[in-house]
Design a protein around this ligand. Structure first.
Ligand code: SF4
Length: 411
């Protein structure tokens, strides 16, 4: 019997949180014990998804909704679409709508049911398309966030979305799930505002048979573990979007473990950085993001308590610092402008490279027009984990040695 999906956003094993629950089985139960909070970023992201859905379904450009209020799920307020949102969603809609007329199937925000994989698992796809001729399924996901770059390769959220789409296609064609007509699966993530990535559209392809093998042998055991290993907490990068950060002591304990066990300092004093060996430095760096996430969550929790009138010893509620802003620009123009004080009331500045490219493209010019006019400033060095896609560079000290050696060889 077909299970009815009552609420597509609240599966206990939501694909959108798979990167977390697949890594930390205890997080599912701990998150459920926490009050549901809505951040402005989450609301903005939901509004952007809603805008994208409206544009694709109604076949209109996002600018049609500029300055209009759109209704978003679970909210009584309308969200007013601004230019930034139009610009971001435009890229996603353009990517999705390429050669749409030759699709055999496509789905916009189509719900899927994965209870055959694990009871209670379901979700919905931003967009997918299937072409019989090529036996290829393409699953698209829009990311409105700009802080964390989301990669397409082995992305468990998108992989589960693809499994859901395969199930829906098999149901429609009445073919067996594991003998599906789908042979290749392409995963596409569009993240227009993730500016520190090489490309805002990231793609990855996997064979359908390998995807199904992963679903059964990797995703399913992880989902089972969330039911059977509720006390197992494993901190990592996945803590970033975890609602239970403020109450999860695993992050703190891990940091303490690194500090005490590795450095044999049972006093809990933080060790002198200059005395750390490279191995310990590496351990601290690995735990640092999760630890700072936990501290941020504790700060947020303290603020919440003070706002509710509760006491946090040693702390008080104050107003945030704010810059002054004009109440009415027209009034300023009238008042200051009419007094002939010789002050330029407005300033103009050149468009950024990205905005200029976009403006030229809209006028039918190519980005090549700007070649030689822009450069990427050298902002120095930063550290990155080995998995980071950027190319490793030589330390400047070594580069200097090479120059020195060449200089002495030539002279
Ligand atoms: S904060 Fe991290 S370790 Fe703690 S429950 Fe969430 S995901 Fe697990």
């Amino acid at each position: 019997m077909k299970e009815i999906i009552k609420d597509k956003t609240h599966s206990r094993y939501a694909p959108s949180a798979a990167h977390r629950w697949m890594a930390c089985p205890g997080s599912v139960t701990l998150c459920e014990s926490q009050p549901k909070k809505k951040s402005v970023y989450a609301e903005e992201g939901t509004a952007a998804h809603q805008l994208a859905e409206l544009c694709i379904k109604n076949n209109v450009h996002p600018s049609y909704y500029l300055n209009k209020g759109i209704l978003i799920p679970d909210s009584i307020n309308k969200y007013v679409v601004d230019q930034d949102m139009v610009d971001a969603v435009e890229m996603y809609v353009e990517t999705v709508l390429v050669d749409q007329e030759i699709d055999d199937f496509c789905g916009v925000e189509e719900p899927f049911n994965l209870s055959w994989l694990h009871e209670g698992m379901y979700g919905s796809n931003d967009f997918y398309r299937f072409k019989h001729e090529t036996k290829k399924l393409t699953v698209y996901d829009y990311k409105h966030g700009k802080g964390v770059i989301v990669e397409a390769e082995w992305n468990p959220q998108l992989m589960l979305y693809a499994v859901g789409a395969i199930k829906n296609i098999a149901d429609r064609l009445k073919t067996p799930l594991f003998d599906s007509v789908v042979e290749d699966v392409e995963i596409v993530i569009v993240q227009p505002r993730g500016l520190h990535s090489d490309t805002p559209v990231r793609r990855w392809t996997i064979k359908a048979i390998d995807l199904m093998f992963w679903a059964v042998n990797v995703a399913r055991p992880c989902a089972i573990a969330t039911d059977t290993q509720k006390d197992k907490f494993i901190p990592g990068d996945h803590c970033h979007f975890c609602n239970a950060k403020a109450v999860c002591t695993a992050i703190y304990k891990r940091a303490a473990e690194v500090a005490c066990v590795s450095f044999e300092d049972k006093t809990m004093n933080f060790p002198d950085v200059a005395l750390l060996n490279p191995k310990d430095v590496s351990k601290v760096l690995q735990i640092a993001p999760a630890f700072s996430e936990w501290i941020d969550a504790v700060k947020a929790s303290a603020l919440e308590q003070l706002v509710q009138g509760k006491e946090v010893p040693g702390y008080k509620l104050v107003k945030k610092r704010a810059d002054r802003k004009w109440i009415s620009e027209e009034a300023v123009e009238e008042t200051v402008g009419s007094q002939c004080l010789g002050v330029d009331l407005f300033e103009t500045k050149l468009l950024s490279v990205a905005k200029m490219e976009k403006a030229l493209k809209e006028k039918g010019f190519k980005a090549a027009t700007l070649v030689g006019l822009w450069e990427k400033p050298d902002n120095g060095f930063t550290i990155a984990p080995e998995s980071d896609k950027r190319e490793q560079v030589s330390p400047p000290a070594l580069a200097f040695d090479v120059v020195e050696a060449d200089f002495f060889a030539e002279n």
